[in-house]
Design a protein around this ligand. Structure first.
Ligand code: ZN
Length: 558
């Protein structure tokens, strides 16, 4: 069935000038298998875009009416087209700042491959320049099932200081790096200590200690920040990502949003960003938020960049703290009440179901005083949420941003929790409870940013080492998983009516994939890439057989 502006106009008794339907499109994608993800799960063959929005979705024949002399037509070669993916919890603004000066091990299957990436980076870096692996890997991804040693790193880059971080748990530095930072066993930041088992160079710590250490590393320049933001967003486009909900983070101050803002001003953003402010001033968070938001009302911005409220650190005293005291809770309450009165969205980092009553109790109390139900507050992580917790979240209108943490850390969760780990995270339970769920990764320090790795994990529940973990009750269908990564995530920035599905009137954000997400074996989904990514009708990424302008440069065959 053809869905056009005219059909919508007729349905809503909105009058358009005669001939409106014949107004040519800027872009038509045809010969495609389009997963529109509309309510009826329609698969269409073609879509047409004008002024950044979809003006028609239907069969190739029906769409011919939208072709004019200046219309660019892309033959998708029978490939699958999906709505652009949206990560609902990625520390992308921060990741982007250093993307042009870091080495990543995402997808490296062996230590040899990881060392080869260090070697390549060393050959490109300026003499003596730092090589930094800032997370996004686990020893479980390596065939060797162990961490690289300091000696291996030294051998790969003898002339460069090397810093490697494993989650927020451990760090290894080569002697050159230790020397450059003036760090020795006696001068480690508070909370960090040499690894107990004596692995040379490895040290352990918590998020605060490791962040303090990370902050000692030389900072990329502003030019690096801008180049990194462009490059990182382009890398995300390569994986079909067209939108992000960004929760701020440690080690990124408000001043460091300048590169993002410059690209937005220059109309050079290649994906849509909704960002929140992350408390940076322990004990003075309310004052900090008051100052930062005086000129920043909730939702301020446009479809490319907008302000999305507070979090994921709301107060330090309630951050990653399973035992908040009465004073911490009182201060937190004062802050969330202030936020609710201003209709600010609040997203918060919370890990453990066992302690979430501290948080939900305060939210319930607040909701009785100032309703928060329509403010789209959210909890990030909470991989072991119980049915009771999910029911309480549903009652408060609180959404859940769910990430593939268990892909990386599941082996440990299985060892510690046993059978209980089979429902981590409880994707199926959350959907049955009617909680709004967004998908994502929590990249890049603790996880890979690859949405297809996350989608594969959503479907097979297997950890990075290939161990089956999550049970069938908590496993969504392929379509459902994709919905969580599109409209599901869009909900968290109040955007599900604008994007996340491919329907007439919506923003033209989509990706042509190299393989059929719905048909390939599950274990291959993680290898999927986009061949063409479009944001607001603009081609932001293209690979063969398409050229940078989005034209087919070779006969397209699926
Ligand atoms: Zn978090």
């Amino acid at each position: 069935m053809l869905r056009t502006f005219l059909a919508v106009a007729a349905a809503t008794a909105l009058l358009l000038p005669i001939g409106a339907q014949a107004q040519p499109a800027d872009l038509i994608v045809t010969n495609a298998k389009i997963a529109t993800l509309d309510a009826a799960s329609t698969t269409a063959q073609a879509l047409a875009v004008r002024d950044g929005r979809l003006v028609a979705v239907g069969s190739a024949g029906e769409l011919r009416a939208f072709s004019g002399p200046n219309t660019r037509t892309v033959d998708a070669g029978g490939r699958t087209v999906i709505p652009g993916l949206i990560d609902s919890h990625m520390h992308a603004v921060r990741a982007a700042l250093s993307y042009s000066t870091e080495v990543n091990w995402i997808g490296a299957g062996t230590i040899a491959e990881a060392m080869a990436r260090i070697r390549t980076a060393a050959s490109r870096a300026r003499p003596g320049g730092w090589l930094i692996v800032a997370g996004g890997w686990t020893e479980q991804q390596f065939a060797e099932r162990r961490r690289p040693t300091m000696a291996e790193l030294q051998e790969a880059a003898p002339e460069h200081p090397v810093y490697v971080q494993l989650f927020y748990e451990a760090v290894v530095m080569t002697p050159k790096a230790l020397e450059a930072l003036g760090v020795s066993a006696g001068t480690l930041p508070a909370g960090m200590k040499p690894e107990a088992d004596g692995a040379p160079g490895w040290m352990t710590g918590d998020i605060v200690g490791i962040s303090a250490l990370f902050d000692k590393l030389p900072k990329p320049t502003y030019a690096d920040n801008v180049a990194g933001t462009r490059a990182f967003f382009s890398e995300l486009n390569r994986l079909g990502i067209t939108g992000l909900v960004d929760p701020g983070g440690f080690s990124i101050a408000p001043s460091q949003y300048a590169a993002l803002f410059e690209l937005w001003r220059d109309k050079a953003l290649t994906l849509r960003v909704a960002y929140s402010v992350f408390a940076q001033k322990p004990g003075a968070e309310l004052q900090e938020f008051r100052e930062l938001t005086q000129m920043l009302p909730m939702g301020f911005g446009d479809d490319m960049l907008k302000f999305n409220g507070l979090g994921e650190r709301v107060t330090l005293a309630m951050y990653n703290n399973n035992f908040p005291d009465a004073a911490a809770k009182e201060k937190f309450y004062e802050l969330i009440k202030w936020a609710a009165l201003r209709k600010l969205a609040v997203t918060i980092h919370w890990q453990e179901n066992g302690s979430v009553d501290h948080l939900l109790g305060l939210y319930e109390k607040l909701n009785a005083e100032v309703p928060i139900k329509d403010l789209r507050w959210s909890i990030a992580h909470l991989d072991d949420a119980s049915p009771e917790t999910l029911a309480r979240m549903k009652a408060l209108g609180i959404g859940w941003t769910m990430q593939d943490a268990m892909y990386f850390q599941g082996d440990r969760a299985l060892a510690v929790r046993g059978e209980a780990a089979r429902r981590m995270p409880p994707i199926g339970s959350a959907l049955r409870a009617g909680v709004n769920v967004g998908a994502g990764t929590d990249a890049h320090r603790v996880a890979s940013y690859n949405p297809f790795v996350a989608l594969q994990w959503m479907l097979d529940g297997k950890t990075a080492s290939g161990k089956p973990m999550r049970g069938p009750d908590e496993t969504p269908t392929r379509e459902r998983a994709l919905r969580l990564y599109t409209a599901g995530s869009a909900w968290f920035s109040f955007d599900e009516a604008k994007r996340g599905t491919l329907e007439v009137g919506k923003l033209a954000d989509f990706a042509i994939l190299d393989q059929d997400f719905f048909a390939v074996p599950v274990e291959r989904i993680g290898k999927t890439v986009s061949l063409m990514t479009v944001v607001g009708g603009r081609v932001v990424y293209a690979a063969r057989p398409f050229d940078a302008a989005g034209n087919a440069v070779a006969a397209a065959a699926p």
